[in-house]
Design a protein around this ligand. Structure first.
Ligand code: SF4
Length: 350
C-alpha cells in the first residue's frame, strides 16, 4: 500500500480531518488494501462512538409524483414511463402500524416534491402517526418547502428532515438539474431546517455523469460547515426515461469507500445504507455496515407501490429490504458480529 495514503488514513482516523487534496488523492489512488484499512478504521470509529449499535428505519414512499425534473431521477416530472401513485393517509398509517408491530420506532416519510400533499395534509399525517405511539421518531424527506411550512411540520411533531443536495458546486449542480432549480435555495433550506431545530439529514450521489474526484473531495469541507446529524450516500443508477438513462451506473467500491471516509470525518453522524446501494448489491446492507453505516432502511411501502417508486431497470429491483425480510437481515447482520440496537433505540441528537 502506498505509504503516503496509509499516512492520510491514520491521520484521518486520529484527527477526523484532512485537506481536500488529501481526500482527493485517497479517492483517486485507492486500492484494495487502502479500502480494507479505511473500512476497518470506519467500523472501529462507529463502535467507539455509537454505543447503541445499528438501528432500523422504516421508510414509507409516499408519492411518486414530482414537480421537478432532475436529470438523474426516475421520478422526474417529464418521465412519461414512470408509474405514478399517491398514498392515502390510511395507507400511510397502515404502513406505520406494520412497522410498529415489528418494533420499528424510526420512520422516514419520503416522496417526490408533490404539492398535492399540502402542508395541512402532511401535518395531519404527522399528528396521526404520533398518536399511534409516543415512542416514535419521524423524518420527512419531501423536498424544498418554505420556512413556514418546515416550522409547521416541526411543531406538528416531525423530528428530522432529510434533504439531499448532491453537490455543493454550482457548475456541477447545473449539469444535473434544470436551470430553474437552484443550489442556493437548496442550501438555504438546509440552514433553515437546522435553525428550526430539526435533526438534519443530507447527502449526495456517487457516480453521476460529470462527477470528478475533486467534486467528491470538496464535499467534506461543505459538510464540515453544515454539520448535519445524518448523511446518506446514494449511488447513481441510470434510470429509465431520464436524460442519463444510457450512462453507466456508479461504482460500488467507491461508494463504500466514501462511506468510510465520511464515518472517519464525522464520527457521530447517523448513516443509513442507501436503498440504491441495496438495489445494486444484494449484500449491500452488510457491506454498507462494514463501511461504517449504522442505519438499515426497512421498506414499509406496500409491494404494489414499491416497484413504481424506483424506476430503474428491472434487474435492479433486487436487494431492497422489506418488512418481510427483517428477521433474515437481523440474522445476516448478527452473523457478521455487528451489534443491533434494541428496537426501541431512537435517532436523536448526538
Ligand atoms: S431527485 Fe427528488 S426533486 Fe429531483 S426529480 Fe427526483 S424526486 Fe423530484
Amino acid at each position: 500500500m502506498n505509504e503516503g495514503l496509509q499516512e492520510y488514513a491514520k491521520r484521518l482516523r486520529e484527527t477526523g480531518q484532512l485537506e481536500g487534496a488529501a481526500y482527493a488523492e485517497m479517492i483517486r489512488f485507492r486500492d484494495a488494501q487502502l479500502m480494507e484499512l479505511v473500512s476497518q478504521y470506519a467500523v472501529q470509529t462507529r463502535l467507539d462512538q455509537a454505543a447503541q449499535g445499528i438501528q432500523w428505519m422504516g421508510t414509507i414512499d409516499l408519492s411518486s409524483y414530482c414537480k421537478n425534473d432532475c436529470y438523474y431521477c426516475g421520478l422526474r416530472r417529464d418521465n412519461r414511463f414512470a408509474e405514478r401513485y399517491r398514498m392515502s393517509l390510511d395507507t400511510v398509517l397502515d404502513c406505520c402500524e406494520r412497522g410498529l408491530e415489528q418494533g420499528i420506532t424510526n420512520f422516514l416519510l419520503q416522496g417526490g416534491e408533490d404539492l398535492w400533499y399540502t402542508p395541512d395534509r402532511i401535518t395531519e399525517m404527522i399528528r396521526k402517526m404520533k398518536k399511534m405511539s409516543g415512542d416514535m421518531t419521524i423524518f420527512l424527506s419531501l423536498g424544498e418547502r418554505s420556512r413556514a411550512v418546515y416550522q409547521t411540520w416541526k411543531q406538528a411533531g416531525a423530528d428530522g428532515y432529510l434533504l439531499c443536495y448532491q453537490t455543493s458546486d454550482d457548475r456541477f449542480y447545473r449539469r444535473l438539474h434544470p436551470a430553474k432549480m437552484s443550489l442556493l435555495r437548496r442550501k438555504q433550506c438546509l440552514w433553515e431546517l437546522k435553525e428550526i431545530g430539526y435533526l438534519v439529514g443530507t447527502g449526495l450521489m456517487v457516480g453521476t455523469p460529470y462527477q470528478r474526484v475533486t467534486n467528491l473531495a470538496d464535499e467534506f469541507a461543505f459538510l464540515r460547515q453544515l454539520t448535519p446529524d445524518m448523511m446518506i450516500l446514494e449511488i447513481f443508477l441510470a434510470s429509465e426515461g431520464t436524460p442519463f438513462e444510457k450512462e453507466r451506473n456508479g461504482v460500488l467500491d467507491l461508494t463504500y469507500f466514501m462511506m468510510s471516509l465520511l464515518r472517519l470525518s464525522f464520527p457521530k453522524i447517523y448513516m443509513p445504507v442507501a436503498q440504491t446501494v441495496e438495489m445494486l448489491d444484494r449484500n449491500g446492507i452488510v457491506q454498507g455496515i462494514g463501511a461504517g453505516a449504522d442505519i438499515i432502511p426497512v421498506d414499509l411501502t406496500p409491494p404494489e407501490q414499491r416497484s413504481q417508486y424506483h424506476c430503474y431497470h428491472r434487474h435492479m429491483m433486487r436487494g431492497k429490504t422489506g418488512i418481510e425480510d427483517i428477521l433474515q437481515f437481523q440474522k445476516n447482520i448478527q452473523e457478521e458480529q455487528y451489534a443491533i440496537a434494541g428496537m426501541h433505540e431512537h435517532i436523536c441528537r448526538r
